[in-house]
Structures are given as C-alpha cells and as structure tokens.
Design a binder for this molecule. Structure first.
Ligand code: MSP
Length: 470
C-alpha cells in the first residue's frame, strides 16, 4: 500500500503582481509533491488564496469593483501563473469558497463553546498592512516587528483565543518532536522571540473589517485573518463538512511549507488552535528562507517598476518555465536566504539547463537519429565500462532520493545535475561517433545510457523540471 503524503503551500494574498519570490514556496512544494507521486505515494498537494480582510475591501473599492469580481480576476491570473510554471496541485482552495466559510464558522463556534475563545476588549497596537495586533513589548523601535511600518492605537471589543494556555504545550511539542519545526534555527527564533516570555491571548475577530466570515451569533464581529486562513489546511480536505473523507484520509499533513516570516503563525498559533480543537498536529512545519534582491525580500510595491528583473511571467516567456524552476530549486539553499540577480539566474540557466541537460538531450537524440534510425535497443548487453557507470549513477540516484525524503531539494537537484554531467562525461569517453563506424551493439548500450534511458531516473529528474507527470 502506498503512503499518503499531504503537502501544502501557504494560501497567497491575492495579487496580480506575484513576484519571483512568491513563486518560491509553490515551486519547491511542486517538486516535493511530484517526487512523492513518482515514488508511488498517494499525494495531496494543496495551494490556494487568502482572500479576506481590510486590504481586499479597500483595493476592490479603489478599483470600483465588487470584492468577488475583483478577486476572481486576480485568482484567474494566479492560476494562470501556476499553469505556466507547470505546478501540478491537487486542490486550489479560496477562503471565499462557501464550504470553507461554513467550516470556519463551525470551528469558531466549537472553540467558543469549549471556552477557548471568549469576549474581551482589545487595547494595543495594530499594523494595517500586516493585519496584525501587537503589544508594546513586541514592537521594534515602535514599529511593526514584521514589516517595520507604523502601527496605530487600537481599542475595540473583540473575541480572544486563549493562546496563553499553550506556551508550555508548544515548548513541550518542540522538545518531544524536534522534527516538528525545521530548519532547527527556526525553533530558537520561536522560543526566544515569543515563547520564552509566555504567550498572550490572541485577538481573533475585528469589528471594523466587513470583508470576512462573520461570527454567527454576533455578526458585528468578523473572524480575523489567522483563524480563517490557517483553517484552510483542514477545510480544504472537507473537515467540519458532510464530506470529510479526504480529511480522514490525509490529515495530519506531512508538511506545511512556508516562508520564514509566517513561522510564528504556523508553529505557534496553528498547533495551539489544533490542540484546542483536539485534532492531530501536522507532522512538520518547514520555514524556508527568502529570495533576496539587493539584500532585501522582493517587495511587490517597492520593486514593482523593475519588471524585467523579477517578474516570473517575463522570465517564463523569455527563458521557459524550467529556467524559473531551476533557479528557485538549485540556487537558494532550501531553509536559507539566497540572492537573486539576473546574472546568477542566467549563469545557472546556462550551466544547468543549456550546457548540461540541453546538451545531453540534444546530442543523444541527434545521435540516435543519425546513427540508429531513431531507435535504440534498451536490452543490449553491458560492456565493462557500462557496468561501472551504471553503478556510479545508481549511487547518485540513491543520494538524490535520500535528499528529497529528508527535505533537502536543493542538494537533491544538484546531485541530479551531477548525474547529467556524468552522462555527458560518459558519452565523451565512449564516443558513439567513433563506435558508429563499427556498428556494434556497444552503440546501443552507450546511447541508452547516455540519454538516461536505462537509469530509472524519472522520479528524480521529472520532479524538478516541467515535465508533465499526469
Ligand atoms: N496569506 C499569507 C499566508 C497564510 S497561510 C495560512 C501569506 N501570503 S503571501 O502571499 O504573502 O506569501 C505567500 C508565500 O510566498 C509565503 O510562503 C512567503 O514566504 C512566500 N514569499 C513571498 N516572497 C518571498 C521571497 N522573496 N522569497 C521566498 N519566499 C517568499 O503570507
């Protein structure tokens, strides 16, 4: 029986200006999901969009549109981008889906009935762009600790989630399940920045936001972004609906892959909500690093003018979707930050794709056509150097698989590229252009090895690049 493997990206804030940085999480998840599919696992790969909140309300108004009309256009654009990057997700959830909204209402009610949510009064600071409440102590130089922008005084009636109850439970979780939060550096960030001094209860509704899911018995209050957004990981599977087969089958998730700026929500708030709901926790939260440009995270507003530099659509059109997949997976060590520049992008494209993969495919296909009438015999006998080479590739292939299982896609991809390099080296060494003169069976075995036919490499090569697997 195959293993089940449930992997998620975060749900994206709607934007028709998604940057190369925004593609990062989705491309890596796609490679991991494809790998598990090709290894025979029963995979469910979820992505989607996070569509509620004040910002959407405001942007739709500015565009002179109703919210749903405004959102539908953007979401079509996002789906189009994922299609052009050959992202093979199994479900695209929108937080405006009726099933999601109904399930969020139920989740809120259950938490309230259990006493995990209570009515309170919020005094503190609020960052509008991040839609986050902060205490004085959490501010950095009086500004939002997430984005560094100004915050304003907020004072309103709200519902609170008893997050403070969970400090010790989350610390215990990190201790007993060290694999829960990766890479390990994120654990110390969470402990030092948030858990060490004890968690405070969390405001989970807003009165001033109308675009969102209302509290059923108190509709003046709108369920605030994080309860709504985080729940997507279970509502997408049908949790708290009449059709919860997928939830029973796939939950708990094997891994939530997210960027480092939202680790707090996924590694503190989300497990606390699940504990309160008495549901199993995801097996892992992986907080990857950022793609940096000029030392900072790509910003949709700040860098929007430099279209040719980082607009994934431009890069896909000019260099193909594999250029983007190759850059993301191969150049930014998964878990760490890494720089983007056009120079690095093009160098990597030339080295990995043009000179390695492209060269190998075009020369072997060309030779098979020219010397063998377009056919190769995959069962031809092995020569001594074939046997040694086959063993070398087998070892590299095993390493690629191990890296992928261990959530090290960058190392796995680099190893996969080294297999291509080895195939090119082998082809140079055996030199089919000389062998073809003698027309021996050796030519068949050389070509079939050189062109990857006989190495069983599908799971490790097809997961990184754009090959269709369906
Ligand atoms: N809506 C929230 C997530 C809610 S999940 C319950 C959100 N959305 S986002 O659109 O801002 O970000 C989506 C993903 O893109 C995040 O994983 C984020 O880290 C990633 N990236 C956006 N810019 C990035 C880089 N420059 N580099 C790498 N990934 C970054 O957060």
């Amino acid at each position: 029986m195959s293993d089940k493997f449930y992997i998620t990206t975060p749900i994206y804030y709607p934007s028709n200006k998604l940057t190369l940085g925004n593609c990062y999480t989705t491309v890596v998840c796609d490679a991991i999901a494809r790998f598990h599919k090709m290894m025979g696992d029963d995979v469910f790969f979820l992505t989607g969009t996070d569509e509620h909140g004040q910002k959407i309300e405001k942007r739709a108004k500015e565009a002179g549109k109703f919210e749903m009309e405004f959102l539908n256009e953007i979401i079509a654009d996002t789906k189009d981008l994922w299609k052009n990057l050959n992202i093979e997700y199994d479900k695209f959830i929108r937080t405006t889906d009726a099933e999601h909204e109904a399930a969020v209402k139920k989740i809120f009610k259950i938490l309230y009935d259990k006493g995990e949510i209570y009515k309170a009064h919020y005094h503190g600071k609020y960052c509008t762009p991040c839609e986050s409440f902060w205490t004085e102590e959490q501010l950095v130089d009086g500004k939002c600790p997430d984005c560094g922008r100004d915050v304003y005084d907020a004072d309103e009636e709200c519902y609170n989630f008893r997050l403070s109850k969970y400090t010790d439970k989350i610390l215990e979780l990190y201790k007993t399940h060290p694999e829960f939060l990766e890479p390990q550096s994120r654990v110390s960030e969470m402990v030092n920045n948030f858990l060490k001094n004890g968690l405070t209860d969390l405001c989970v509704t807003r009165k001033s936001v109308k675009w969102g899911v209302p509290v059923e018995w108190d509709p003046e209050h709108t369920i605030y972004v994080w309860i709504d957004a985080l729940s997507n990981y279970i509502t997408a599977l049908g949790a708290f609906s009449d059709n919860d087969e997928n939830f029973k089958k796939y939950w708990p998730a094997n891994v939530h892959v997210i960027g480092k700026e939202i680790v707090r929500f996924h590694a503190i708030i989300w497990p606390a909500i699940l504990m309160a709901l008495e549901l199993p926790l995801p097996k892992q939260v992986y907080g990857h690093g950022w793609m940096l440009i000029g030392g900072g995270k790509l910003s949709k507003s700040k860098d929007a003018g430099k279209k040719e530099i980082f607009d994934p659509r431009v890069l896909i059109e000019r260099y193909g979707s594999d250029s983007v997949r190759n850059f993301i997976i191969g150049n930014i060590p998964f878990g760490q930050d890494g720089p983007y520049s056009q120079e690095i992008f093009l160098n990597s494209y030339n080295t990995n794709l043009a000179n390695n993969v492209g060269n190998l495919v075009s020369r072997t296909v060309g030779m098979i056509q020219k010397y063998n009438g377009g056919v190769i015999d995959n069962t031809s006998a092995l020569e001594p150097e074939d046997i040694a080479f086959k063993e070398n590739v087998r070892q590299l292939r095993d390493l690629c698989i191990k890296y992928m299982v261990d959530m090290k896609p960058t190392q796995s991809y680099k190893t996969a590229i080294s297999i291509i390099e080895a195939c090119n080296g082998y082809t140079d060494q055996v030199a089919p252009w000389r062998l073809q003169k003698t027309k021996t069976r050796k030519l068949d075995s050389t070509l079939s090895f050189g062109c990857l036919q006989r190495h069983n490499l599908k799971p490790i090569l097809f997961c990184f690049l754009s090959f269709q697997t369906k």
